[in-house]
Write a protein that binds this ligand. Structure first.
Ligand SMILES: [Zn+2]
Length: 455
């Protein structure tokens, strides 16, 4: 098949360039100014469309098995496909059982493995409640099937608990030895737990209902900067194995980059500040919470410079009954983000001029592919790579509607946002999995399990 006349985002280029792309089966086999079809070869006319590498979303919670009333693998990957995401990496902590042992991983693969419409990789989990087993044998047993490990300094889950500093030090050493990153939810419990107690007391003392300011103040910027400082100290000599997830505080991101570790941020930290809770309420609730608009502006600059290597969605939806409980303390923290990740960064990053083309490509695909051992076949438009492509109509406008995301979760802080550009087609390994005319085309189970070093 030949994709003809598209404006293509090629590695290292400063601007889009008109190219023809030849795809044979699952793979890009030719890129040139003009490629003539052979007899009987299909031609897809991409005139007027921009062609980007399929986005990689390396931080999603698809919750299967266990919490599938919030999200399942089919709906999560459908939402990804609709949003131009062709590979997701699923978190180990929000399924039951959590992915902390090889047996649990097999159970997860059996539950969700035949259901995705985009490609996927998995993380293994390091939970505080079985840290000794993790270090003794679990991490090693999981390593062949996962592209990294995930742990928390502070966790709201009974089924996946936080690690202490000593356990984290052991886990980062183990991960480094296994050649996998250790991903850390970096908020310090010594800040978050007493701050939360103080903020709960504050509203009671004032004789008023808890407010969104109480929630934001219960997880202040210092929770992130202190956690990151600890993590860097504990990872000394193995900083390259440390990856800090969903950073919302620019000082924390700067410290991570300076230490030679890596971090990600999320669209909600780039798009919103705490002021926005007044309008958006619990649709904006995440942990960590969004900070100030000044932080957002700094995060954009760190993303452009490469100090933040990529953007992930932290997709974690919940139904209305859990999302709107009537209290800022009990409303579910998490948003359905995988469908808005690429459209938001395309519009507000690349098109708005906050990100160069190169930084946009690193942030949406190349950075994550390199970090998680997938860059042999994923993360760029080049000969020999999987034909994972997203085709964008640059003249279109996409108005976000939670009810149209294809996720089980419909409550999004991006509701009503008007974004430049409209996705027309998402291809995974040479096959259209979603397009604007027909919706989801791929059958459930088309998505493939990717392991570290996939080629
Ligand atoms: Zn998460």
């Amino acid at each position: 098949m030949i994709l003809k006349n598209g404006l293509c985002a090629l590695p290292g280029a400063d601007a889009l360039e008109r190219r023809d792309i030849r795809i044979d089966g699952e793979t890009i086999v030719g890129i040139a100014a003009s490629i003539e079809p052979t007899a009987g070869e299909d031609v897809f006319d991409a005139s007027g469309l921009e062609v980007f590498p399929g986005a990689i979303d390396p931080h999603v919670h698809f919750d299967e098995p266990g919490f599938t009333h919030r999200e399942d693998f089919l709906h999560g990957t459908m939402a990804a496909a609709r949003g131009g995401v062709t590979t997701v990496i699923d978190m180990p902590c929000t399924s039951l059982p959590p992915v902390t042992t090889a047996a649990n991983l097999r159970e997860k693969l059996a539950a969700m493995g035949g259901r995705g419409v985009v490609d996927y990789a998995l993380y293994g989990g390091v939970s505080g409640h079985r840290i000794e087993e993790a270090l003794a044998s679990d991490m090693e047993a999981l390593a062949p099937d996962v592209v990294g490990f995930k742990c928390y300094f502070v966790s709201g889950m009974d089924t996946f608990t936080a690690v202490d500093h000593y356990g984290f030090g052991g886990a980062v050493a183990k991960a480094a030895g296994l050649g996998r990153p250790l991903l850390l939810h970096a908020e310090d419990p010594g800040v978050v737990l007493p701050a939360t107690a103080a903020m709960k007391a504050r509203s009671i003392a004032a004789g008023r209902a808890p407010s969104w300011d109480d929630y934001v103040d219960s997880r202040p910027e210092s929770a992130e900067t202190v956690a990151v400082a600890s993590a860097i100290a504990l990872a000394k000599g193995r900083e390259g194995a440390l990856h800090v997830v969903h950073v919302g505080t620019a000082d924390a991101a700067e410290a991570v980059a300076a230490a030679g570790a890596t971090c990600e941020t999320c669209p909600h930290y780039l798009a919103f500040g705490r002021e926005d809770f007044a309008d958006k309420g619990s649709s904006l609730k995440t942990a960590p919470p969004v900070k100030s608009r000044e932080q957002s502006a700094r995060l954009w600059r760190l993303l452009e410079s490469g100090a933040i290597v990529y953007v992930a969605s932290d997709h974690a939806p919940a139904p209305e009954s859990e999302k709107r409980t009537g209290s800022v303390w009990t409303d579910y923290g998490g948003i359905p983000g995988t469908g808005t990740l690429f459209p938001y960064l395309y519009s507000e990053g690349y098109r708005a001029g906050r990100l160069s083309l190169r930084s946009f490509l690193r942030a949406t695909s190349g950075g994550a592919a390199a970090r998680f051992g997938l860059s042999g076949r994923k993360g760029a438009i080049a000969v020999g790579m999987d034909a994972d492509l997203v085709l964008v109509d640059p003249s279109g406008v996409y108005e976000v509607r939670g009810s149209e995301l294809l996720s089980k979760g419909t409550i999004t802080p991006f509701e009503g946002m008007r974004l430049a550009g409209r996705i027309r087609e998402t291809m995974v390994r040479g096959r259209t999995v979603w397009n604007a005319a027909s919706g989801i085309i791929a059958e459930a189970g088309y998505g493939k399990h990717l392991r570290w070093g996939y080629r």
